[in-house]
Ligand binder design. Structure first.
Ligand code: G3I
Length: 493
C-alpha cells in the first residue's frame, strides 16, 4: 500500500475552495505582494527575508502559470528561485530520441532572469514523465541514452541554473531502489553515472538527489543517507539533497531538522524543494492555523541547519496546484488562497525566516516587488534586488568590479559584486581576486567560477556578458569563512 503522502497516489479529485483567515498585517503584505504602493517598512517579502539570512525562497512555475498575471506578479514579488513544474522533464525535452526541445524550459528561465530569480533545474533522470521510447530501449542502450540526455540538457542550461535535481525520486518506501529502466540497466550505479554526466556538462551547477517521504528519519531516508555517504566518500559529484516536503496538515515529521542536519553533516547542501501542506476540504480556520504552524516548522528547520540553502513551495496559490487532482478530497496546500490572499502559512513562514539565526543586512532592505534592472541590453539577474545602492566608483579601464557583503553569519557570508562597464560597452568580463583567509565558495550565481588555491576567477554567465557603456550587472555568491573584502580586478577581452 502506498503511504498517505505519496505524491503520485491518484484516485480522483475534488476542487478545493478558498478559505483563509486574513489578519490586517497580512492584508498589508498582500498589497506589497501584488505590487501596490506601500511604505517600504510595511512588510518584508519571503525573498527579502530569506536573502537577509543567506537563503532563497522559491516556487514552482509552469509555462501555463506564466500566462496568469496575478499569479506571476505574486511570484515575482515574493520569490527569488523558480523550479519549472514540468518543462525540463524528459518527456518535455526529448520526447523522441535525439530530438531536443528546450522551448518551454527556456521560457521559464527567461521569466526568472528578467525578474531577478534563479532556477532550480528539475529534473534529468526520473522514472515518471519519461517517454516510452526510453523505457522500451534494450537495456544495453539505456546508459548512453541517459548520459546523452543529461549532457544535452545540462549543456543547454549551463550557467543558467543554480542546481539540478539530477536524479528524482529513486527510492521505494522501504528503502530499496525503484526497479526502473535505469536501475535495470545499470543497477545502483546509474545514480553515480548520472551525477558524473551532469557535472561534466555543467561543473558549476549544484547537483541534487531529490525525493519525497525522506523528510523524517525512516527506512527511505536511511537508505538515501547510506547512498549519499557512499557517493561522497567515492568523490561522486553530489552536492545536495532535496526534501520535497509534500505534507498533510499536522503531519510534519518531528525529525525533519535532525534528519536534514545528518545529511548536511556529510558536507552536502540540503533544501526544501516542493513544499505544500494539504488539508481535507473544506478547510476550517483551525486547520489553516495548523497549516501555519506546519509552514513555520518547516522554514524554522531550514533556518536551523546552516547548510539548508532555501525553501521552495510547489506552486504559488491554492487555485493552481496539483493536489486536488491527485489527492481526492484534499486541497488548500499553499501560502496563498485561490484569490491570492495570504493565509496564516504565509505569515508563519515570514516570521520563521525573520526569527531564524543569522544577521540581517543593514540598512533594512526596502521592499521591492521588482528587481532593479540596469540598462544593459540583456537584463541582468540580481537575486538581491534589495541591496542598497553604493556610490558608483569611477571606472578606470574597460570595467570595474565592486564587492558588497550583504550578509554574514557564523562561518559564512553572502556578497554581491557589481560589474560596471567603462566608457565603452563590454562583451564578456572576468573578475579576479585572492581570498585572504581560506574562504571557499558554497554557491555562486550569475557567473562561472574557477578557483585555484586562494585565487578566484569569475567570468560572466552566458546571459550577462554584454554590458552597455556605463551600465552594470551583478553576480553573487555565498562563501564559507569570514566575510572578506579583497581587491577585485575586472578585465574585458
Ligand atoms: O502534457 C499533457 C497534455 O498534453 C494533456 O492534454 C494533459 C491531459 O491531462 O496532460 C498533460 O500532462 C500533465 C502534465 O502534468 C503537464 O501538465 C499530466 O497529465 C500531469 O500528470 C502532470 O502532472 C505533473 C506531475 O508532476 C506528474 O508527475 C504536475 O504538473 C507536477 O506538478 C508534478 O510535479 C512533481 C515533481 O515533478 C516531482 N515531485 C512530485 C511532484 C508532484 O507530483
Amino acid at each position: 500500500m502506498k503511504p498517505p503522502n505519496h505524491p503520485m497516489d491518484r484516485s480522483g479529485g475534488r476542487a478545493c475552495g478558498p478559505a483563509a483567515v486574513v489578519a490586517a498585517v497580512v492584508t498589508a503584505v498582500t498589497a506589497v505582494a501584488v505590487g501596490l504602493a506601500m511604505p517600504a517598512q510595511a512588510a518584508s517579502t519571503l525573498k527579502a527575508s530569506a536573502e537577509a539570512k543567506g537563503r532563497y525562497f522559491g516556487t514552482a512555475l509552469t509555462r501555463g502559470d506564466l500566462g496568469i498575471s496575478a499569479e506571476v506578479n505574486l511570484a515575482a514579488a515574493q520569490f527569488d528561485m523558480v523550479t519549472p513544474g514540468n518543462e525540463m522533464k524528459w518527456d518535455a525535452t526529448e520526447s523522441s530520441r535525439g530530438s531536443f526541445n528546450f522551448g518551454s524550459g527556456d521560457q521559464i528561465v527567461s521569466f526568472a532572469q528578467s525578474h531577478g530569480m534563479r532556477v532550480r533545474g528539475h529534473t534529468l533522470v526520473w522514472h515518471n514523465q519519461l517517454p516510452s521510447w526510453v523505457s522500451s530501449l534494450p537495456l544495453n542502450q539505456v546508459q548512453s541514452a541517459m548520459e546523452n540526455h543529461i549532457t544535452n540538457e545540462a549543456t543547454h542550461y549551463k550557467g543558467k541554473v543554480y542546481s539540478w535535481d539530477v536524479v528524482n525520486e529513486p527510492y521505494n518506501e522501504d528503502g530499496t531502489l525503484r526497479q526502473d529502466v535505469f536501475y535495470k540497466a545499470m543497477g545502483a550505479d546509474y545514480i553515480a553515472n548520472a551525477l558524473r554526466a551532469a557535472h561534466a556538462a555543467d561543473p558549476n551547477a549544484k547537483l541534487y538527489i531529490n525525493d519525497y517521504n525522506i523528510e523524517g528519519t525512516n527506512a527511505k531516508s536511511n537508505a538515501l543517507y547510506s547512498l549519499a555517504q557512499s557517493l561522497v566518500s567515492r568523490g561522486v559529484p553530489l552536492h545536495g539533497i532535496g526534501f520535497e516536503s509534500h505534507f498533510i496538515v499536522g503531519q510534519v515529521p518531528s525529525s525533519l531538522q535532525a534528519n536534514m542536519q545528518r545529511f548536511a553533516n556529510l558536507g552536502l547542501d540540503v533544501a526544501i524543494t516542493e513544499l505544500d501542506d494539504r488539508i481535507p476540504m473544506p478547510a476550517d480556520s483551525s486547520e489553516l492555523q495548523q497549516q501555519g504552524t506546519d509552514y513555520g516548522k518547516v522554514v524554522s528547520a531550514c533556518m536551523a541547519v546552516s547548510r539548508c540553502v532555501g525553501v521552495s513551495q510547489w506552486g504559488v496559490d491554492d487555485g493552481h496546484t496539483w493536489i486536488p487532482g491527485t489527492f481526492p478530497g484534499y486541497g488548500a496546500p499553499m501560502m496563498w488562497d485561490s484569490g491570492y490572499q495570504p493565509k496564516p502559512a504565509y505569515t508563519a513562514a515570514l516570521n520563521a525566516l525573520d526569527s531564524g539565526p543569522g544577521t540581517s543586512p543593514s540598512p533594512t532592505p526596502p521592499v521591492s516587488p521588482s528587481p532593479s534592472v540596469s540598462p544593459s541590453p540583456t537584463p541582468p539577474v540580481s537575486p538581491s534586488p534589495w541591496v542598497s545602492p553604493s556610490p558608483t566608483p569611477p571606472v578606470t579601464g574597460s570595467c570595474s568590479a565592486t564587492l558588497t557583503t550583504v550578509n554574514s553569519w557564523p562561518g559564512g557570508f553572502q556578497s554581491e559584486v557589481t560589474v560596471r562597464a567603462g566608457g565603452s560597452a563590454v562583451d564578456g568580463w572576468t573578475v579576479k581576486w585572492t581570498w585572504p583567509g581560506g574562504q571557499t565558495f558554497s554557491s555562486l550565481w550569475n557567473g562561472t567560477q574557477s578557483v585555484s588555491g586562494s585565487s578566484v576567477t569569475v567570468r560572466n554567465a552566458a546571459y550577462n556578458g554584454s554590458i552597455a557603456a556605463g551600465a552594470s550587472t551583478t553576480f553573487g555568491f555565498t562563501a564559507n569563512g569570514t566575510a572578506a573584502t579583497p581587491t577585485l580586478t575586472c578585465t574585458s577581452p
